[in-house]
Design a protein around this ligand. Structure first.
Ligand SMILES: [Zn+2]
Length: 288
């Protein structure tokens, strides 16, 4: 599943490529992926200029000059691919990022007046692209519930620790993955940041010290920023805005490294299930 850094990679690529272009048409195969009335598409999408590409947690928003927004959730297998004078694709990693488009996974094709295209591909069809008034976007249930952005400049270590207080009896890993506490933290970044802060994922939130929260805050921001810098966490071939493949996995220190040595102490990394997810720790650096 594309996580926050991958979605941010999509956002940055699209921001550079589609802002200022004018939409000519939108074609889709299933209404599940594009649940919009034809009249709305005609009135608010066709002829509209793209004014900005934003992101909140793992949700993308393409703002249009008609004061409507295309809200996009990539879910499990969604990806966005731009084809024009430049080629850009990011999101779920598979060959559609670089192959001939549209293909069998293409759910929506947006065509601009300069004959360039933006494809929304989604093999499993869990994702969607909804057109709605820009002013209504903050009222979507998800937007009202989701926690603060961990990478926002004004999101402090104190606020981070404060957000966890109402989850005192939960394990720290489960709380980190709870999108209402902090937005956009997925399994990879939970494991990597807990290792960095030397915290066992099954420790209870209420038992963590202020110092541990401060370390976790610093580690979480560092791993997510590094992942964005590397174009996301995928370990398969795909191209980002600069035509580079995402390579954060080359920098992972515990995630999917079970059986290998902890880069800090040399102890063998182990994998087990915590908070319902495959979890990776160094049993020496992270004690319960
Ligand atoms: Zn270790």
């Amino acid at each position: 599943m594309p996580e926050l850094p991958e979605v941010e990679t999509v956002r940055r690529g699209l921001q550079a490529l589609i802002v200022g272009r004018t939409l000519r048409s939108a074609e889709h195969d299933t209404p599940k992926s594009f649940p919009n009335a034809a009249e709305d598409v005609q009135a608010f999408l066709v002829g509209a200029k793209v004014v900005a590409v934003r992101r909140r947690a793992k949700v993308l928003m393409i703002d249009l000059s008609t004061s409507y927004t295309l809200v996009i959730h990539l879910k499990m297998t969604g990806q966005m691919v731009f084809r024009g004078e430049a080629v850009f694709g990011a999101g779920h990693p598979n060959d559609s990022l670089i192959g001939e488009l549209p293909d069998r996974s293409t759910r929506v094709t947006l065509t601009f007046t300069d004959d360039t295209h933006l494809y929304f591909n989604d093999q499993r069809k869990f994702g969607w692209m909804k057109l709605m008034p820009t002013l209504e976007v903050p009222n979507i249930d998800f937007m009202k519930k989701v926690g603060p952005e961990p990478l926002d400049a004004d999101f402090t270590a104190e606020e981070f620790a404060e957000r966890f207080k109402r989850r005192a009896k939960t394990s720290i890993k489960a709380a980190l993955l709870d999108q209402t506490v902090v937005a956009g933290v997925g399994n990879i970044y939970a494991d990597e940041s807990l290792w960095g802060a030397k915290i066992h994922p099954q420790r209870l939130v209420g038992a963590l010290t202020a110092k541990e929260f401060a370390a976790l805050y610093t580690e979480l921001r560092a791993v997510m920023n590094l992942a964005i810098e590397k174009g996301g966490s995928t370990d398969k071939n795909y191209v980002n805005a600069e035509g580079k493949r995402g390579s954060y996995m080359d920098f992972a220190r515990v995630f999917r490294r079970e059986g290998k040595a902890c880069p800090r102490c040399g102890t063998t990394i182990i994998k087990f299930k915590a908070a319902g997810r495959g979890t990776h720790i160094c049993p020496y650096c992270q004690v319960l």
